[in-house]
Design a binder for this molecule. Structure first.
Ligand code: ADP
Length: 460
């Protein structure tokens, strides 16, 4: 009838007082009692005792009823604190305690939603940090590392845990980076700079921040090594093309000027100069053709006609083509194939071109009396055949090995100039092999010889 505790207690006590007072009144109204001080004292004393006992009798169950849900609520709060977000108290009454429990449940629901939203946001933040290619590092104002992502950890060869126990200077161990951080700290403004760390080329941005209670410096490290390498390759490519074109063009100009200065009066000299002019034009034509070929292969305009082919067929045709050249250079040409080789999936014309390029180089770069061996072996695990073209020639310097597959790259310009060649052969070969889903690489020791390898998938 009275759902609220305060009303229940008040009404109970009102009834109690009324009943006891009525009892006292009827006791005192007995004849002769009011005039007798002893009777009045006794009546009041008994009434007080009854009031006390009845009050206690009412108070205990009320207190018990009120504290039971409080105890339950306390235990549920503990469970929630330990992460058991589903724990709830079910309201048993519709009084203030029931309302408190309902409000508590609503509050936990709201908190849980916020908690989940925060978790999701944190998860997204972690994913971005973990997978981003740029290194991210946050320090506090004193320079202690507060956050480091895997890319930055990798850059400084440092685990996240040990980075978090260090200062920025201890973590990065690079004077330029430390100077930048200090410059940012002193100026309070964003600092950007390009920094070289060994073979890695970094763009570094350090920004001071103040977000609520958090204050510090955000360090972003962008690895621009590949981009810089591409820029170098492009710059080299342009200068190489210009250089390669300028040389035959300058030769042609000299030849024409000589002819103009009456050399054509002497037919023998004129024929000689015209032959040289034709030679230079051949060089130019070959270069333009190879450049066109390369750009067509690179843009995927050369469709491969793949078919199951015997490895011997891929090697014998170029060997046959170049055997006279090898004989003239007094070189020993050897084909060393295992008895049973599986068929490979290849476009024979294209692979003939690759083998010809590699063989032609081996002949060019191997001095008289040297040896060139063509081999093949199966890599069963990788389901491929590895073709090797090995020479006992002049070899390639270690620092140049990485670059020889670039367009126009020649390891020694003066030396290769006299041997001819455009510097495009290996670039074309690499593209052709990659179009076959294969790999091409080289191992070489100066003055000992070189081995070029490429793989082709086994035809299933
Ligand atoms: P090129 O037309 O000049 O031969 P390539 O792209 O085929 O161009 O080769 C690039 C450079 O790699 C060559 O100029 C040479 O310096 C080096 N090279 C290639 N093959 C060999 C080899 N077998 N031995 C030594 N150097 C080689």
């Amino acid at each position: 009838m009275f759902p609220q505790i305060r009303w229940r207690i008040a009404i109970s006590y009102l009834i109690l007082v009324t009943v006891v007072m009525a009892g006292l009144a009827s006791y005192l109204s007995r004849p002769g009692c009011l005039g007798d001080a002893g009777c009045v004292r006794q009546g009041v004393s008994v009434t007080a005792v009854i009031l006390l006992i009845m009050a206690a009798a009412i108070a205990f169950p009320v207190a018990a009823r009120t504290t039971r849900p409080v105890r339950h609520l306390t235990s549920v709060i503990r469970r929630i604190t330990e992460g058991e977000w589903e724990a709830r108290v079910l309201p048993q009454t519709r009084d203030e305690m029931g309302e408190l429990i309902l409000a508590f449940n609503d509050m936990i629901d709201a908190l849980r939603q916020q908690h989940l939203a925060l978790l999701e946001e944190n998860g997204q933040f972690d994913t971005v940090l973990n997978y981003m290619a740029d290194g991210v590092l946050i320090t506090d104002t004193a320079g202690r590392v507060r956050l480091i992502n895997p890319a930055a950890s990798k850059l400084f060869s440092l685990s996240e845990k040990s980075a978090l126990q260090r200062t920025f200077a201890e973590a990065v161990r690079h004077h330029q980076l430390i100077d930048l951080w200090q410059a940012c700290q002193q100026s309070g403004e964003e600092v950007t700079a390009a920094v070289e760390m060994g073979r890695v080329f970094l763009q570094v941005i350090i920004t001071p921040f103040k977000e609520g209670w958090a204050e510090g410096y955000l360090v972003i490290l962008q690895d621009l090594t590949t981009m810089r390498h591409l820029q170098t390759v492009r710059r080299d490519f342009i200068s190489n093309v210009s250089h390669e074109l300028r040389t035959p063009l300058a030769s042609l100009r000299v030849i024409i000027e000589t002819l103009q200065e009456n050399a054509y009066d002497d037919p023998e000299t004129a024929v000689h100069f015209l032959d040289r002019a034709a030679g230079e034009i051949d060089v130019l034509t070959q270069m333009v053709q190879e450049l066109l070929e390369l750009s067509r292969i690179e843009s995927g305009q050369v469709p491969l006609r793949l078919k199951a082919t015997a490895v011997a067929d891929l090697l014998l045709v170029p060997m046959d083509r170049l055997k006279h050249q090898a004989e003239r250079a007094n070189l020993h040409l050897i084909l060393d194939l295992p008895a049973a080789l599986p068929l490979v999936l290849a476009d024979p014309t294209r692979i003939h071109q690759v083998v010809s390029n590699l063989l032609h180089n081996a002949i060019k770069f191997t001095p008289d009396g040297g040896k060139i061996t063509l081999k093949a072996n199966v890599e069963t695990e990788k389901n491929e055949v590895v073709v090797t073209i090995q020479d006992s020639g002049i070899g390639i310097a270690k620092e140049e090995l990485e670059r020889i597959f670039e367009r126009f790259y020649k390891s020694d310009r003066a030396r290769t100039r006299s041997l001819g060649g455009t510097g495009l052969g290996l670039a074309i070969s690499r593209h052709v092999v990659q179009a076959h889903n294969g790999r091409i690489w080289v191992k070489s020791k100066e003055h000992k010889g070189s081995s070029f390898y490429f793989t082709l998938p086994i035809s299933s």
